[in-house]
Design a protein around this ligand. Structure first.
Ligand code: EPZ
Length: 417
């Protein structure tokens, strides 16, 4: 089991490139199944979850070609199977995103139920509701979602709650359904906008992506095409928090500040000086005092749940106290106990954590439990006295491309064992 060792106390300085967004590239790779010709996806981050998705697509029979820049070419013409196997789906719930494309393009799909994960039960009832609304017969048996439909028919789908994955799954299925589909109470995340841009480049007819109401006019066929994945706003936010916590000055390149308003505003509230210029974001915290901020997570454009753990780490060493409300997932405070091992003063009451800033954290062995929790432990390690050793960092590799290389290039003393 690989570990990461971080030695605290070095302010980060320099420039780092933001990779393509994990949460955009996963649905976009699945969208390749909808087409009649190859789809070329560029700016793909080299992540474990991307490799898992590529394995799922290959398992279905798609032809996959990766070039040395990790651009991915998906040829859907050889797809033979419509069964996404349990042993792959259980490692990554986003595999459920092949459901809509397979159903729309091949009239059948069998996808293992993803099962829960560390941060919560994460059901897929809204995905199933959407497919049924489009006329599919869906049964759940033997741990599998089994869906069939001769041809999907456009419909009005009102989601019971805002769901990124359900919005993406139904949006993809609707592109080949007969007639008009209207998605109400749709998720508005930038990754949905990026997926819609990719689908439109393939010939889909979509209006309103990025708003709560998306209208799709179904078409007969989708051609291949080419799409470059949007910048990862969560990776970007994670590096900005690292700069703020260490009192450094860091510039991000290839970023999309326009997708990060809530996070940038909170960083300013915390006392950071921020400058955005095109695809560059510079955060300067030199000689500035870090102030604790209150956070309430909610669907985009509000503060993203995927940045909650990182801001909790920041509040641990800020001046004052911060109140953190996690409203999206029922168990996304797994990082609390680990941060407490480093000396953090955090009290959890239900979905709320009260964080009181302390003078110093002190390094210790800690354990990663989920992707963003492990990121928050790396951040805490960057400022803790002495060495922090983080175990089970396969969680980290799911969502961060070469995090120790990128942080080392900014001066961090970090190495992988
Ligand atoms: C996506 O997960 C992201 N993953 C998550 O990022 C992110 O935290 C989440 O959206 C919220 O922004 C990918 O895009 C691959 P949801 P998703 O459906 O689609 C409940 C990371 O760290 N729900 O928006 O699974 C669900 O339980 C990951 O990169 C239902 O009840 O999230 C949750 O409480 C973690 N029924 C809430 O809705 C459903 O059918 C939001 O879930 C679907 C969801």
């Amino acid at each position: 089991m690989q570990k990461i060792v971080v030695e605290g106390g070095v302010p980060l300085h320099g420039e780092v490139r933001v990779s393509g967004a994990k949460n955009a590239v996963l649905p976009i790779l699945c969208a390749g199944l909808l087409a009649d010709q190859p789809l070329l996806v560029r700016n793909v981050p080299n992540l474990q979850d991307v490799k898992t998705t590529i394995r799922v697509l290959a398992e279905l029979g798609a032809g996959i070609h990766l070039d040395d820049a990790f651009n991915v070419d998906i040829d859907p013409r050889t797809v033979r199977s419509h069964v996404a196997p349990y042993e792959l789906v259980k490692t990554m719930r986003a595999s459920v995103l092949v459901l809509g494309p397979l159903l729309a393009r091949h009239g059948a799909a069998e996808v293992s139920l993803p099962g829960g994960c560390a941060i919560g039960s994460r059901p897929v009832d809204q995905h199933i509701k959407g497919m049924q609304a489009l006329g599919a017969e869906v049964v759940v048996e033997g741990g599998f979602i089994k869906a069939r439909a001769k041809r999907l028919k456009g419909a009005r789908v009102v989601f019971d709650m805002v769901s990124v994955g359900a919005t993406e799954n139904v949006l993809m299925a609707a592109t080949l359904a007969e007639g008009r589909t209207v998605l109400e109470n749709a998720a508005m995340e930038p990754e949905i906008v990026d997926l819609a841009e990719c689908l439109s480049a393939m010939g889909a007819r979509i209006e309103g992506a990025g708003t709560g109401r998306i209208v799709v006019e179904g078409v007969e066929r989708l051609r291949g095409g080419e799409h470059s994945v949007v910048a990862d706003r969560i990776e970007a936010g994670t590096f900005l928090v690292a700069a703020a916590m260490t009192g450094g000055r860091v510039t991000l390149t290839h970023a999309r500040p326009d997708t990060m308003d809530a996070v940038l505003d909170k960083l300013r509230d915390a006392g950071a000086a921020l400058e955005c210029d095109g695809d560059r974001i510079t955060l300067d915290m030199q000689g500035r005092r870090l102030r604790a901020v209150d956070i309430t997570t909610a669907p985009h454009p509000a503060f993203p749940t995927d940045m909650q753990a990182q801001f909790m780490a920041m509040d641990c060493i800020a001046e004052g106290a911060g109140i953190i409300n996690e409203t999206i997932f029922e168990n996304r405070f797994m990082h609390v106990q680990e941060l407490q091992r480093l000396g953090a003063d955090i009290r959890v009451e239900g979905h709320t954590a009260i964080v009181r800033g302390v003078e110093r954290l002190s390094g210790a062995p800690v354990m990663a439990t989920d992707l963003r929790a492990s990121a928050s432990l790396v951040l805490a390690g960057l400022v803790a006295d002495g060495e922090t050793t983080i175990d089970r960092i396969y969680h980290l590799d799911r969502g961060y491309e070469n995090i120790e290389a990128k942080l080392s290039s900014l001066g961090a003393r970090i190495r992988r064992l």
